[in-house]
Ligand binder design. Structure first.
Ligand SMILES: [Ca+2]
Length: 458
């Protein structure tokens, strides 16, 4: 054998060994991923997160063995249907200010690497089940299997949780792939109409549910979105009885969803896949349900439209709770990071893995949120400003002493410097994300607001 030939074989052998090692690395079993996105869910509607009046045993178990983020937010919306930009951000990893679908961008949004495509390229079998409307169609159609709730009768709210769970369980039982799965489940629950089977509705007596600490009959001024559809779900002024009933209905839908999520988890346990499945639970946006005289998700209060539940549990996730700031669309790069999937450069959001693993306290210093052209907010650990440009109104809250945002300090002379500091911070965040909305307008409208004499469901 010639030395050239031996040299070739040696090099080939090394190459083959390297290839084998590479295959071995690639074939190392990645965990399955089950992402569950509730529709319109407040972050305080999980028993284990401090709500003594709601029953969520399966979500409690998830929180108990995973990591819950107490300060996770949707970045913003240029539409009353906050679902649309929220889901677009999740599926694309692009900021609301760099996307046209419910976002603020005009024209080219830049290249995007869809979450489903990224996971598929890393060897995942991808499965989507969620509502067709108010989401991001290209992001959903990038899944190998893309089912819409309408196709399986899960758009009927009373049976939506059950039918969604049935379909996911069928997927888990029927799949023959050796690949790990990435399942994206987005049931239209607890979104209104807030109806669940009687057994769940009967669990909650409205008279036994306390009023929220932030309850007001009417919002004190015009926030620019006072009569959008969600706000018409209750008459003005919001009566205590009506708010209690909405809360009871909401809790019933969440308990029903919790029950059927428990069935999916039980199936994973039966298949001995639970320990190898990363489960992420989140809400696509929050909801007011009587806080500050508001019903919907079209505002920037802490328990308004943008603050959402976010829980990770499974391989690589320690048990605990974090008050580190998180944007909801951080979920995409975080899941990549936890499963060893490369994060595409087009993804603008940030992996929360350093927070999950304890190597960093936080990956965001502040949270910046926006709603159409009428509301902007920024908060840090203690202070928060909400700016309403169209009515030239500003609120300043000390969240350390006033977590319910009931005491506006914007006009207090002793906080004048803090007001300037927070306005400067807000402007800097706008610049960072290319937010085109001005914080002042030439001819602001009057801030005073009178509820319609008629209107609003009973
Ligand atoms: Ca929603």
């Amino acid at each position: 054998m010639s030395s050239d030939r031996r040299d070739f074989l040696r090099r080939a052998g090394v190459g083959a060994l390297a290839a084998t090692l590479a295959r071995g690395a690639a074939a190392a079993p990645r965990p399955n991923v089950l992402f569950v996105l509730a529709d319109d869910m407040r972050p305080d509607c999980i028993g284990a997160m401090g709500n003594a009046h709601i029953r969520t045993p399966h979500l409690d178990e998830l929180v108990g063995r995973g990591m819950a983020f107490t300060r996770a937010y949707v970045q913003g919306a240029n539409s009353g249907a906050v679902c649309t930009p929220s889901r677009t951000m999740i599926l694309s990893g692009r900021s609301v200010y760099h996307h046209t679908n419910g976002g603020f961008a005009k024209g080219n949004t830049g290249p995007e690497a869809l979450w489903a495509t990224t996971m598929a390229a890393a060897g995942y079998e991808t499965f989507h089940l969620g509502k067709r409307g108010n989401s991001y169609l290209p992001g959903m159609k990038a899944f190998e299997t893309c089912l819409f709730t309408e196709q399986i009768g899960a758009d009927q709210h009373e049976v939506a949780s059950e039918r969604c769970a049935d379909r996911v369980i069928a997927f888990l039982r029927e799949r023959r792939s050796d690949r790990p799965f990435f399942t994206y489940l987005a049931p239209p629950v607890p979104h209104d109409p807030r109806v669940a089977p009687k057994a769940f509705m009967d669990l909650y007596d409205p008279d036994q549910i306390p009023l929220p600490a932030r309850y007001l009959p009417v919002h004190p001024f015009d926030n620019g979105e006072m009569t959008v559809r969600d706000e018409k779900l209750a008459p003005w002024p919001r009566s205590e009885a009506v708010i209690r009933r909405h809360l009871a209905d909401d809790y019933a839908c969440i308990t029903c969803l919790d029950h059927h999520l428990g069935r999916i988890v039980a199936e994973l346990r039966t298949q001995k896949q639970l320990d190898n499945t990363l489960i992420v639970f989140a809400g696509d946006n929050g909801l007011s349900l009587g806080d500050h005289g508001l019903m919907g998700k079209q505002n920037l209060y802490e328990f308004g439209g943008m603050h959402v539940p976010l829980v990770f549990a499974g391989p690589g996730v320690p048990q605990g709770r974090s008050d580190a700031f998180a944007y909801l669309f951080d979920v995409y790069p975080t899941v990549c990071d936890l499963t060893g999937v490369p994060i595409p450069r087009e993804v603008e959001s940030t992996s929360l893995r350093p927070v999950l693993t304890g190597t960093r306290q936080a990956v965001h210093d502040v949270m910046f949120t926006g709603y159409r052209a009428c509301q902007r907010a920024v908060r840090d650990d203690r202070w928060k400003i909400i700016r309403y440009p169209l009515v030239d109104r500003t609120q300043l809250f000390d969240l350390a002493t006033d977590p319910c945002e009931l005491h506006d300090l914007a006009d207090r002379p002793e906080h004048a410097a803090k007001l300037v500091e927070m306005m400067t911070l807000l402007a800097a965040q706008q610049k960072r994300y290319d937010d085109p909305v001005p914080l002042t307008v030439a001819h602001p409208q009057p801030a005073a607001w009178t509820p319609p004499a008629k209107g609003g469901a009973g």
